[in-house]
Design a binder for this molecule. Structure first.
Ligand code: AMP
Length: 178
């Protein structure tokens, strides 16, 4: 049987990728971070989009994601870190999973306040972490990604996690939710 595909989402500074790595290690998922895949690309247009705080176009993200999924043994469960963030991506994912014979599992959402997220990101210093860019990324999350999350709310797959506190505390909440 093909492995399930779980999703982890959260606003910038929620610690979603940190929690994705922990979950992948403890639950033997293969983690795929679309942000990490895009940052690893040598394409200067992609780099410029990331550094502006805008979301990349769905087509570009879907292409790199599909290539990554196709390299993974079909029996292994996957944890998608940061995808889907747009309604179009959620629709694409449904169709892609159908074709791959995989099913959607849990959708974890890590919630933090904007003030807490800002405090965390200011000390991180990634190239898309200047304050104005963080603001833009936050705005993209509320306008584009929150509607995607709402669309998953009805089918009982959504697991919302309080993201305040230490990474260990958040990881414990996630473990307790399973
Ligand atoms: P992240 O590492 O998840 O914070 O993502 C960093 C940046 O990569 C985002 O601000 C977007 O520009 C881009 N990105 C990552 N995942 C997606 C996605 N699913 N759709 C569109 N853009 C994305």
């Amino acid at each position: 049987m093909a492995g399930l595909v779980d999703i982890i989402l959260g606003p910038p500074g929620s610690g979603k990728s940190e929690q994705a790595s922990r979950l992948a290690a403890s639950h033997r998922y293969v983690q795929i971070s679309t942000g990490a895949l895009l940052r690893a690309s040598n394409d200067s247009a992609i780099k410029a989009t990331i550094d502006s705080g805008e979301l990349e176009s769905s087509e570009v993200v879907e292409k790199v994601l599909l290539a990554a999924i196709e390299q993974i043994d079909a029996s292994l469960p996957i944890l998608l870190d940061g995808f889907p963030r747009l309604k179009a991506e959620a629709k694409w994912l449904d169709q892609a999973l159908n074709k791959l014979g995989r099913e959607l599992g849990h959708i974890f959402v890590i919630n933090v306040t904007e003030a807490e997220a800002l405090k965390r990101l200011e000390s991180r210093g990634r190239s898309d972490d200047p304050k104005a860019v963080i603001k833009h990324r936050w705005q993209e999350y509320t306008t584009q990604t929150e509607p995607v999350i709402s669309s998953y709310r009805h089918d009982g797959r959504l697991i919302e996690i309080e993201g305040a506190g230490t990474p260990e505390e958040v990881a414990e909440r996630i473990a307790a939710s399973l």
